[in-house]
Write a protein that binds this ligand. Structure first.
Ligand code: SF4
Length: 467
């Protein structure tokens, strides 16, 4: 709830003395049992009930239907404010230079950006009005987890113990992705994917039908007797690891400290099996940076090199539109020196990369660091969609559980029919026309990078032939 920061509620203090402030409006419905202890102390909005808030028609803006908006300008940037009453040479050398020169380092991975320019065929089909399949899908396989990381975004997405997509529906979905020419699926988001026993067979089937797969996991319950299958058939596996010692592991992931050495053993074993069998699967670590683990970035970068993985990526913590996790992005500046030192540990075989575009948000203007975007319309969801761990299809993860944006359920309909159907495209249209990306959306959502690209495509400047 909105509170006086000078006198925070007692349950706002995390066990480590950090005080965080959310921005949940006083009249937002709160979840009665918000899940595990978060940085925020567990004030989570009940998203399923948000649909009941009435939308008041005012119609002053051609951009956001049925909403009353005021245009504001600040530091040469423009935005909307939604009003309260609304619900929402010669010899072949160019010159005689003889001194030292320079070569640009090629990017091995692209963590801090997008790859839409490699999929222009699909962009053009979309521009022609075709009912295209996504290039990529982030898909949860469960709605629950065996750890309780204090920065977990999924807790705000209606986590439900025991809920997961059933095996048959999952495998049928994978077949449909092959038919539709979806190019990749990441078993990412919502609950822990290895808690769904069908994850291994899904990866093997996806390889057969020509769809790339990947997985982000805490790794603790990974079935090592399926290691050959996933190392052969998945493109990459990423371990969510934001701590470098058993004590910090317990503190940040809220899992037993004794699980830490077990996880290290599993990662080392996967690296060994991959090397001995020549499997192509990339293995990496991802750290979610929050003030509580700033001290872990450098030790974790050293640990990754020692484990023999291919990379460590360090990312910001995404917060919800109500800032339920209470992330103060200006705090990231304190970690800059350690993050730069961590990146210096990169070698030819091992990449340490910080997502500076997001972590550096505090260096942005007043508008952008408060979560405002560099575009006004979300065009990205037809290209990158997200599917919840219970089999429900949504345009994006931040809207999981909001029935207004539900496109279908993989247990009841084929994914092929969902993607080709009217409801799916009506929801994309609703996103495009009704959502104010500056205020309705999670900060730095998954589609943010591609949205910038698509916004530019859809809003060309004059004289485009003068490239
Ligand atoms: S910009 Fe908003 S609507 Fe679009 S994907 Fe991100 S959170 Fe969803």
């Amino acid at each position: 709830m909105s509170r006086d920061p000078a006198s925070p509620a007692e349950d706002d203090a995390t066990p480590h003395g950090h005080v965080v402030e959310d921005k949940i409006p006083d009249d937002a419905p709160l979840a009665a049992r918000p899940g595990h202890k978060l940085r925020s102390g567990g004030h989570i909005v009940e998203r399923g009930k948000l649909g009941s808030i009435p939308v008041v028609a005012a119609g002053e803006s051609p951009t956001l239907s049925k909403q009353r908006l005021e245009i504001i300008a600040f530091e040469q940037e423009q935005g909307f404010i939604r009003q309260e009453s609304d619900a929402k040479d010669e010899e072949g050398i160019p010159n005689r230079f003889t001194g030292p020169t320079y070569r640009t380092q090629r990017e091995r991975f692209r963590f801090d950006g997008h790859k839409m320019n490699y999929h222009l065929d699909r962009v053009m089909a979309w521009q022609r009005g075709e009912r295209i399949a996504p290039v990529h899908i982030d898909m949860g396989l469960t709605k629950f987890c065996n750890t309780a990381c204090i920065y977990c975004y999924a807790v705000m997405q209606n986590m439900t113990r025991g809920k997961m997509i059933e095996r048959e529906a999952l495998l049928r979905f994978i077949e449909d992705c092959g038919r539709l020419e979806v190019r990749s699926i990441g078993f990412i988001g919502d609950g822990e994917p290895t808690l769904n026993p069908a994850v291994y067979d899904a990866a093997v089937l996806a390889r057969k039908v020509g769809v790339d797969t990947s997985m982000a996991t805490n790794g603790l319950l990974l079935e090592m007797d399926r290691a050959h299958d996933i190392l052969r058939d998945m493109v990459w596996i990423r371990f969510n690891l934001s701590a470098a010692t058993p004590e910090a592991f317990q503190r940040v992931h809220q899992s037993k400290g004794s699980n830490f050495p077990l996880l290290m053993e599993k990662i080392r074993e996967l690296v060994r099996i991959r090397r001995e069998n020549g499997y192509p699967c990339t293995l990496g670590l991802q750290m979610v940076l929050i003030p509580e683990n700033f001290d872990q970035a450098l030790p974790l970068a050293r640990l990754g090199a020692e484990l023999g993985v291919d990379y460590l990526v360090i990312k910001h913590c995404s917060d919800s539109e109500y800032k339920e996790l209470g992330i103060d992005y200006s705090e990231y500046a304190r970690a800059t020196e350690d993050l730069k030192a961590a990146e210096k540990l990169s070698t030819k075989e091992y990449v340490v990369q910080v997502k500076w575009n997001k972590i550096g948000a505090a260096g942005e203007t007043y508008l952008y660091k408060d979560g405002y975007r560099k575009y006004d319309v979300c065009y990205g969801t037809p290209f990158l969609s997200q599917i919840s761990g219970n089999g429900e299809v949504y345009p994006c993860g931040p809207f999981y559980g909001k029935k207004r944006f539900l496109m279908g359920d993989l247990h009841q309909e084929s994914y092929y029919d969902i993607v080709k159907g009217d409801r799916y495209w009506a929801v994309h249209e609703d996103i495009r026309k009704s959502v104010d990306v500056h205020k309705d959306c999670a900060i730095g959502c998954r589609q943010d990078y591609i949205n910038k690209f698509l916004w530019d495509m859809m809003n060309p400047p004059e004289h485009v032939n003068f490239i």
